[in-house]
Structures are given as structure tokens and as C-alpha cells.
Design a binder for this molecule. Structure first.
Ligand code: ADP
Ligand code: MG
Ligand code: MG
Length: 210
């Protein structure tokens, strides 16, 4: 059993709710090592995704992901908008025109999203960015997808758990990309806001799939 366009849309709506609930937390994380707008940026973007879905619900999972991507790219400035937008766009392309995404397609979409974020932002593991959450999430998703009997919920849950750990791992790191890198050594001792939002979004997608 795979995930339909309605399933993907419901998961994105769930992610929008979680982003809204954590808006202030993301703002405060970004205040410590950035410019205190990550919660506002993400909330604006995901609120706009929900509006886009309300206006015109696409017919395939890939088209839903593409609508999310174009909405994020057009509505969210800063680093995170184009990075998440590129991630969703690559995921949309990976999923293609199929009417349902199965476990393998979910893992491939996450892999494509990671590759898009890295192509756009040039961050590698350990740079204290969203890549530190997304990269282990992709590895965990691929491992889960290769497990006999795994469903989409299991794959996304594995991804979300790994992303949460990956996000926590950014705390001691010194930032080498984005605004936080301007702080140098002073960026250490803080959770990266983008890694946190990635973990929150994957957590919401997993919960929606269960
Ligand atoms: P801005 O820094 O422009 O204000 P946001 O606050 O919305 O944008 O997003 C900041 C987050 O973006 C960071 O916490 C980090 O996770 C992520 N980020 C910044 N630069 C990069 C990059 N080059 N590659 C991957 N992620 C990045
Ligand atoms: Mg910011
Ligand atoms: Mg900013």
C-alpha cells in the first residue's frame, strides 16, 4: 500500500500544524545563532502550502510535492526557503507521475531531497545545518525500505527518529555554512534551527502516515 496525493497533502498539512506549534521555538533557536526568523520563515511557507492546497488540490503525489516546492521558493526568503524548496522539487521529480508512492519511492524521494539541498547549499555532514538531520534520515529510510514488510509509515518513522538524533548532534558543532558560520566558535553549544525544523517536519510526516 502506497501513499496517494491526498495522503501526501494530509501529511503536509500535519507538517504545517507542527511548524506553527513550534514557530516560537524555531525563532528562539535562530535568535541564538542567526537572525531570529527561521520560525517565521517556515510558518509563512507552510501556511502558504496549505493555502495552495486549498485553492487547487493536485492529482498526484508528485504534483502535490511540486506545489509545495514552488510555494516555498516563492514565499520564503532567506536560506531555508530555497533549500527546502529545492528539496521538495527534487522529491517531486523523483516521485514522478505515479498515482501512489510506495516505500521505495519514499526513500528515493528523501534521497533526492537531500541531494537537492546539498547541490543548492553545498553543506556536508557536520557543517551544522539541516543536512545533519536529513542525511541520517535518508540512510535510515533506505535501510527501513529494504526491510521485509516495511510500510510507508515505518520508513518515515525511521527517517524521523534518525533526523531527531541528527538534529541533536548539531549542538556541539561549529557552523560552517549559513548565517551561524559568521559566529565561528560561538555557534557551538546551540541546536541548529534548520536541523530542528527538518526533524519536526519528518516527525509530522511520519505521524500522519501512521
Ligand atoms: P536565514 O539564515 O537566511 O535567516 P533561515 O533562518 O530560515 O534563513 O534558515 C537557517 C537555516 O538554514 C540554518 O539553521 C541551516 O540549517 C540552514 N542552512 C543555512 N545555510 C545552509 C546551507 N548552505 N546548506 C544547508 N542548510 C543551510
Ligand atoms: Mg534566519
Ligand atoms: Mg533571515
Amino acid at each position: 500500500m502506497g501513499c496517494t496525493a491526498n495522503g501526501v497533502a494530509a501529511a503536509l498539512r500535519a507538517a504545517a500544524e507542527v511548524v506553527a506549534e513550534h514557530r516560537v521555538e524555531l525563532i528562539e533557536l535562530d535568535r541564538a545563532i542567526g537572525d531570529a526568523d527561521h520560525g517565521e520563515n517556515m510558518n509563512r511557507g507552510f501556511t502558504a502550502i496549505v493555502s495552495s492546497l486549498d485553492q487547487s488540490m493536485p492529482g498526484t503525489p508528485g504534483a502535490v510535492l511540486k506545489l509545495a516546492a514552488t510555494t516555498l521558493i516563492s514565499k520564503v526568503g532567506g536560506a531555508a526557503g530555497p533549500l527546502y524548496g529545492t528539496g521538495f522539487l527534487r522529491a517531486a521529480t523523483a516521485v514522478g507521475a505515479e498515482s501512489e508512492v510506495d516505500v521505495k519511492a519514499v526513500a528515493a524521494a528523501l534521497r533526492a531531497a537531500l541531494e537537492g539541498v546539498q547541490a543548492r547549499g553545498k553543506a556536508v555532514e557536520g557543517d551544522k545545518t539541516m543536512v545533519d538531520a536529513l542525511l541520517p534520515a535518508v540512510a535510515a529510510a533506505e535501510q527501513a525500505a529494504a526491510t521485509e514488510g516495511a510500510d510507508v509509515a515505518a520508513v518515515l518513522t525511521a527517517a524521523a527518529d534518525a533526523a531527531a538524533k541528527g538534529a541533536e548532534s548539531t549542538v556541539p558543532l561549529v557552523a560552517r555554512k549559513g548565517r551561524a558560520s559568521y559566529l565561528g566558535e560561538r555557534s557551538a553549544g546551540h541546536l541548529d534551527p534548520g536541523a530542528r525544523s527538518t526533524a519536526l517536519i519528518l516527525g509530522a510526516l511520519a505521524k500522519a502516515a501512521r
